[in-house]
Write a protein of this length. Sequence first.
Length: 131
Amino acid sequence: MARVFPLEQATNLGLPGRNALEIVSGTKGARGVTLRLVEIAVPQPGDQPRSPHFHSNFEECIFVLSGQGTTISDRGEYPLLAGDTIVIAPGEKHFTRNTGTVPLVLLCFFPVPDITLTTTEPGVAQPRPES
């Protein structure tokens, strides 16, 4: 059955270094997908760079809606412009930074309903497995 997920019902995740809204996930009734809208602000003097994170068991697909940035990973640096898409391999440490003069807006897709179970990021608590 088709479902609509209005943006105003997205969950603000409070993740470090970005504004991340979870639009679709298992907690919202999806069975096999997570979709997030992420905005990374223009860096200001004194801002600390984000730490890399990784997803153990699945890819991350990022589409750049607007702005420009660079994804830095274990395997290199990848400049990104509006309209670009990058796919990050499972287990590849990465983070994306804004390199432009306007906010960098990303649509991040994950092929699992709950990315928190196998995502590792400094400063973000890992959920405890249910017993």
